[in-house]
Design a protein around this ligand. Structure first.
Ligand code: PAF
Length: 282
């Protein structure tokens, strides 16, 4: 299996594919791969001639040093997992200097306000960091398709905007959230939870579904305070935000109107780990 560490190696690898007009698929990741990533990779294999997985823990998208320090890392295991899916997949796992030659800075983007909502309120600069690294990856790979998970729906909207702003010729593919048996959305951070908290985390998806059942007939504030109370009743759980928003603008909504599409978003701190999730309501 081909594993590249340098951009120059990637460019060399891509030469033949570009001449052959192969459809290039990119799955950007920060490693610690789980079934959610595998579903992105499988989707890419089905739709592309050549699939690349990038593994890079991007420092500029962390607004909290201990979050970056504690972020799970296991490159060898990740590479073996990818190999078990297909040896044809190519991997790019650069060192920090390779991606940030001129220091750890992010570019400031105009995301039309999407970046100041939900995650953006709690993670200052996070989306500029995400867009900076994804832009670097898009410029390097020039992928025809790039695969992201619906669990990070707001991130996917940011990438959509980045594609427009920088005129990348990449098609954004958003793949459905993969869940553990109890409903907890797959995330690399789940491995940091205690066994008990991981079990109790089923309460998050349970409450998202509660909203889906009731949002057409109940005042949003009433549903939200019920859900926050329910989640916070679990030992060590603290809801950071729980919002029903317009699916397109991601701005907070108060009550149901039949001509609109809604999503519910949540962030919960569990054992100092941030868990996020969201579902489409209609
Ligand atoms: O979703 C992630 O894992 C990261 O935000 C991404 C898109 C790989 C950028 O570092």
């Amino acid at each position: 299996m081909i594993v590249c560490y340098l951009k120059s190696e990637v460019k060399n690898e891509l030469k033949a594919s570009i001449i052959n007009k192969d459809i290039i698929g990119l799955v950007p990741t920060m490693g610690s791969l789980h079934k959610g990533h595998l579903s992105l990779i499988k989707n890419a294999i089905e739709n592309c001639d050549e699939v690349w997985v990038s593994i890079f823990i991007n420092p500029t998208q962390f607004n909290n040093e201990s979050d970056l320090k504690n972020y799970p890392k296991n490159i060898k295991k990740d590479i073996n997992l990818i190999k078990s899916v297909s040896k044809k997949i190519k991997v790019f796992c650069p060192e920090i200097n390779e991606m940030y030659e001129r220091g750890l800075n992010y570019k400031q983007y105009d995301f039309n306000g999407i970046d100041s909502k939900l995650e953006g309120k709690y993670r200052k600069g996070h989306f500029n960091g995400v867009a900076t690294i994804v832009s670097k990856l898009f410029k390097l790979f020039k992928p025809n398709q790039a695969f992201f998970g619906e669990k990070d729906f707001q991130q996917a909207q940011i990438i959509k905007r980045l594609i427009d702003l920088e005129k990348h010729k990449t098609k954004l593919i958003i793949c459905p959230t993969v869940r553990e048996k109890n409903g907890l959305a797959m995330s690399s951070r789940n491995s940091l939870l205690s066994k008990k908290s991981r079990e109790n985390s089923s309460i998050i998806f349970h409450n998202l579904n509660y909203v889906k059942t009731h949002f057409k007939k109940t005042d949003f504030d009433e549903i939200i305070s019920k859900c926050i109370k329910s989640i916070n009743s679990c030992d060590g759980f603290k809801t950071e935000y729980f919002e029903i928003v317009d699916s397109f603008s991601l701005s907070k909504q108060k009550k149901y109107s039949a001509d609109k599409s809604y999503r519910v978003f949540v962030s919960v701190i569990v054992d100092e780990v941030r868990l996020i999730d969201n579902i489409l309501l209609n």
